[in-house]
Design a protein around this ligand. Sequence first.
Ligand code: ATP
Ligand code: MG
Length: 500
Amino acid sequence: MKKTVILETKELTKSFPGVRALKAVNLVIMEGEVHCIVGMNGAGKSTLIKLLMGALMPDSGEILVEGESVHFSTPAQAQAKGIACVYQELDLIPDLDVVENVFLNHEKVDKGFLLNRRAMEQATLSLLSSIGVSIPLNIQVRHLTVSERQLVALARALSFKPRILIMDEPTSALSRIEQERLFNIVRQLRNDKISVIYISHRLEEILDIGDRVTVLRDGQLVGTKDVNDVTKEHIIEMMLGRKLENEFPERREVVLSNINAETVLSVRHLSIAKKVHDISFDLKHGEILGFFGMVGAGKTEILKALVGAIQSKGQIVIEGKKVQIKSPIDALRHGIGLIPEDRKGEGILSELSVMENVGIVAYHRARRMFLIHFQYVEKLVQKYVSSLDIKTPSLRQLMRNLSGGNQQKAIVARWLVERKHILLLDEPTRGIDVNSKTDIYRLIFQLAAEGISIIVASSELEEITRICDRILIIYDGHIVKEVNVDEASDAEILFEATGG
Ligand SMILES: Nc1ncnc2c1ncn2[C@@H]1O[C@H](COP(=O)(O)OP(=O)(O)OP(=O)(O)O)[C@@H](O)[C@H]1O
Ligand SMILES: [Mg+2]
């Protein structure tokens, strides 16, 4: 059977001030294939997608849909040609409800002008149930979790009945079950001859779901391969232009048994209404403690409660003193910092510069002490921007102009600049490329070696077992088990984390 080309780019090129984001890219998408696109943070993946969607215009080059040259200047024009997209930076409107978001700008109308809410509700309901989610239709999107929002965005994209569906990191916040469901949808779309363009940093996922994979590096297309012809190592090599030494740096010596290992943080009977039940644990000086559990197990809530971002009951003792943490300001005062999971919503100041985003806490502290060592802060910021390899033409660049992964890295850098005694990291490497992940692990080890106590919450088992000293397994708001990494197998940990 002869396959047909549905979408093609010719010498597609796009620059931003100081950045050649895409250089003469020739991409070919076949009808009914799952075509994955991979590359390091800042390689140009999202830029390519925005050009295909008419959200950006190319400097030069051409886009062809079924052989016909197209010039989209708005996403509506791309949608009219059958292309729909779930963006990496979800474009939902927080104040609108689920139905309004799904049908935003393509509302169903009666007699040409009356909104047909009922029809839209029914359509939304059937879209959501087709992807296996049940969320109230009238709830404002701001009240949804990151994963629910991701699924609403997917329902919105599907509502266009596209011939080409583009997904920019769709699974980054999904649970295993939700991811499996998404894969089933992708397979169904493929059966229906719909092409899927799929961007992800999880290379295992790509080998699982993809038919072909295209690698971008520094804005250039390095190659397109059949997934059956490549391994994860191949792909990484194409992405980096070299081999990755070791994805997980050597685990540091566990030093918990030495005299330094006094308890820094004690949590007793922490409960959060309906979500978290009677959590008690200790965190030691210089320890890396892991919270492992599936998406939705309650890890994020526990961390948020520890910094006073959500209300909780129970007792928190820091360095032997009972403390009240009612707000993030209290937490800062007691030396606790959180890198939140929803970094876009809670972390990024998109209209400020990289310098301000990374240095903001340090500035704040310096000002309180009546001394602003701008140069000192700037040097620190530069140091972490370099060691995390944050791709930006300068520290003055606005945060919104950074690629998604580089924004994430900047937020991580903020808390590295500001050395709190206790650092809480919620999914610290989500959306971050393999190479930068390694940089982050190295920095975590370094901080712990310097005596900072760290909690890492993650739903990625390998990450947790490779970097943590001790693991608490969280299931359904409870600590179901504590394990020593050297003693428990992956299978045992997964077994406990999925309810035993
Ligand atoms: N609006 C913009 N203004 C200036 N530079 C931009 C803009 N959008 C993207 N860039 C730059 O273009 C390059 C490619 O960014 P892009 O978002 O396409 O990367 P990406 O491959 O999607 O990365 P990630 O994996 O981090 O999402 C980056 O260096 C980024 O900083
Ligand atoms: Mg991107």
